[in-house]
Write a protein that binds this ligand. Sequence first.
Ligand code: S5P
Length: 273
Amino acid sequence: MPSTQTYESRSQTHPTAAGRKLLQIMAQKRTNLCLSVDHTDPEKILALVRQLGPKICLLKTHIDIIAFPPTTAASSIKSFTTKLQELSREHAFMIFEDRKFADIGSTVQHQYRGGVYEIASWADITNAHAVPGPGIIRGLKEVADGIGQPRGLLLLAEMSSKGNLGGGEYQQRTLAMARDREWRGFVMGFIAMKEVGGGEEGEDFIVMTPGVGLQVGGDGLGQQYRTPEEVVGRDGCDVVIVGRGIVGADDPVAIAEVYRERSWRAYEGRVKK
Ligand code: S5P
């Protein structure tokens, strides 16, 4: 059964600091919309975020698809991520770098902390595949613990794309990994297509779901879209992730409001049941 507890009440008790903060923002701003700002031009991204900041609880980035000017890449990246952080404070949303880490613990530590992107320094939330085993979580957590700010991790339990290998037994084993007490304050939830876990005392995983459109459909490359009502109301997911449906629209602000409103109403319907 989809969770009927409100975001507000979950924000008091969620086991992770990042989760409590996110749920609080969602309740206060009345939005469960995450913007996936899948653009390659940094200036266009900043302009969109300035416009859409008030409507979202979370901004999802793919830092490695952005075309930073090659000669000044490092300083451009720093100034870009600093601006995103400023906007996140101004408009009260969190930042989720959709890095989908998938390597051994030692390698992901470098990828999370270092390189040109220094993801751990600016992204409140990131995500990882469970395929390498628990060492990936341990490695990321060690980096997160050294940051001094709330940092949360989502595990990919299943994907929105056709033929993906997630779900089923893979998801069950991912859930078992997430439940380890060692990272209770770090693993805040999942990327999944429906509610996950909740069967154990005090457990509360935030489920974020991509593959959301205003109608059911696909993109010709395996992406599958469901509606906000299906994702939030019927299947009990918490945060709706929308990319091209907003970023590619003629009027992103108007469309974002439609997504926000429909996703929020679906949530209200769910918690009132
Ligand atoms: O299973 C997944 C997981 C993710 S994080 N399916 C996805 O589509 N995503 C991401 O969500 C994907 O990388 C993209 O950034 C976004 C969906 O974009 P859209 O344009 O299809 O809404």
